[in-house]
Design a protein around this ligand. Structure first.
Ligand code: GLN
Length: 479
């Protein structure tokens, strides 16, 4: 048996049945990382010692027959924006090169309490800004399906680590598509949960009205198991909500109406992607679902709205990186430099191009005289985008669309042209603006490069996405 290939559900079964130990499974992952990560670059930090200790303590619990969470003894990797006490946490930025997390994020604590084995931290676009992981200050991550291609981003390291079987599941964060788009490009499952359903305490913030933490996994069932373990209200994050029940009984597709928004099949999108997504929708129909054509009339404004609101929030959130806190003193020339010089030098040297671009865009959109014209107006249109979704839920139970307008592209193809990079998120951003759950799952390949199907549902409707996704996956697997 190749332990690296196991799904989370299967790993749990094997651990509980003592077919292998958590230490075996953890060593298999660490070996795979050692063998392949020089090429893929999915990890920024590997905590071999911590992982083996956690594995041994999980083995002890299994041995004592303690009632076990499905995550007990299972190796996981975390995006480098999520704090793990004592480990370096850079968010892919030079400005945090010297920073080690002082405490655990709530999701980290929940993973530990479930007995999961934390392997390390994965690479990402700097402060989660990007769609290819090329904006990491350290190194790019390669797509394990074909290393000449990008893995997507910003959580490219977490997606690649699952695709390369270096871990059994991973966590990322999604502000405009950063879980779903890399999941789609790497051929794994990625869930952006309902806004507020997973605590962000200990997540380095990008855009606070949009950010959500969620899982990457090999199957929809696995994503459901992880979501159950990490979601829930948290007194440390005032935006959190009670967890919607994700354990609903199996969904019968005969009772499900799936909407196909016409705005998500646009001119200029990749034809093979469109064909594969339409075939997946046909498959859902043949399984009994009712397919309904719907319209989300304000969808075409989503990208423009996002690129006003997100930079505005970024400019506020990144102002805390000032050269004094968070280990950033490394860019200070002398301890007695004047304050303004410390700020300027640290931020000019510590932030990369994309972070600077967004800080400037955001500061401009919020500046006196422009705030109403940009930020205010974008907020108004955001409400209209949300209302489009609210209206559609009276007609359908969920929506099916492509996750990304194209498959993965080659390194360097889009870095010089920020707009073409921004367009990669055209189908994922609306779900963040509306706060609704959305999931990407593999639905085919074009020349070996995966294509993702995106399912979106009403706020708190994860169970519907899991139900539809698991049914689709079971059929796709049979083929
Ligand atoms: N790619 C998008 C951006 O660059 C989304 C990022 C994200 O979801 N963190 O902003």
């Amino acid at each position: 048996m190749n332990l690296n290939d196991l799904t989370l559900a299967r790993a749990h079964e094997g651990l509980a049945g003592k077919e292998f130990s958590s230490e075996d499974l953890t060593r298999a992952c660490l070996d795979r990382i050692r063998e392949t990560d020089e090429e893929f670059g999915a990890f920024l930090v590997v905590d071999e010692k911590g992982a083996l200790e956690a594995a041994r303590s999980a083995d002890k619990k299994i041995h004592q027959g303690e009632a076990s969470s499905p995550l007990l003894g299972v190796p996981v990797a975390l995006k480098d924006a999520i704090l793990v006490q004592g480990l370096a946490c850079t968010a892919g930025s030079r400005i945090l090169e010297n920073y080690a997390a002082a405490y655990d994020a709530t999701v980290t604590r929940k993973l530990r309490e479930s007995g999961a084995v934390i392997l390390g931290k994965t690479n990402m676009d700097e402060f989660a800004m990007g769609s290819s992981t090329e904006n990491s200050a350290f190194h790019p991550t390669k797509n394990p399906r074909n290393p000449k291609y990008v893995p997507g981003g910003s959580s490219g390291g977490s997606a690649a680590a699952v695709a390369a079987d270096q871990c059994i599941f991973s966590l990322g964060s999604d502000t405009g598509g950063s879980i779903r788009q890399p999941a789609s490009l790497c051929g794994v499952v990625g869930l952006k949960p309902t806004y507020g359903s997973v605590s962000r305490y200990g997540l380095i913030a990008m855009s606070s009205s949009l950010d959500v933490i969620g899982p990457f996994a090999k199957t929809v069932e696995d994503a459901r198991l992880v979501f159950s373990a990490i979601s829930g209200k948290d007194p440390m994050d005032g935006t959190t909500i009670e967890t919607p029940n994700s354990q609903l009984p199996a969904i019968n597709l005969k009772n499900v109406r799936i909407g196909i928004p016409k705005e998500y099949f646009v001119d200029g999108m990749d034809l093979v992607t469109e064909k594969l997504v339409r075939e997946a929708i046909k498959k859902l129909e043949s399984l009994g679902a009712t397919i309904v054509d719907v319209s989300l009339p304000h969808a075409s404004y989503a990208l423009a709205v996002y690129y006003v609101l997100m930079p505005a929030e970024v400019s506020a959130n990144l102002s805390r990186f000032d050269g004094i806190r968070y280990g950033a003193s490394l860019y200070r020339e002398s301890p007695s430099s004047p304050l303004s010089e410390i700020y300027t030098k640290t931020r000019s040297r510590g932030f990369g191009e994309e972070a600077k671009r967004r800080i400037m865009l955001g500061a401009y959109a919020l500046s006196a005289g422009y705030r109403d014209a940009y930020y205010g107006k974008a907020q108004t249109v955001r409400a209209l985008i949300k209302e489009d979704f609210d209206r559609v839920w009276s007609k359908v139970d969920c929506l099916a669309t492509p996750t990304s307008p194209s498959v993965a592209w080659r390194f360097g193809e889009r870095v010089e042209d920020p707009l073409s990079m921004y367009l990669a998120d055209i189908f994922t951003i609306s779900a963040n603006l509306a706060g609704i759950p959305a999931m990407s799952l593999p639905c085919g390949q074009d020349g070996g490069l995966p294509v993702g199907l995106q399912l979106m549902g009403p706020a708190g409707g994860e169970a519907m996405l899991f139900g539809v996704g698991e049914t689709f996956e079971a059929v796709a697997r049979e083929k």
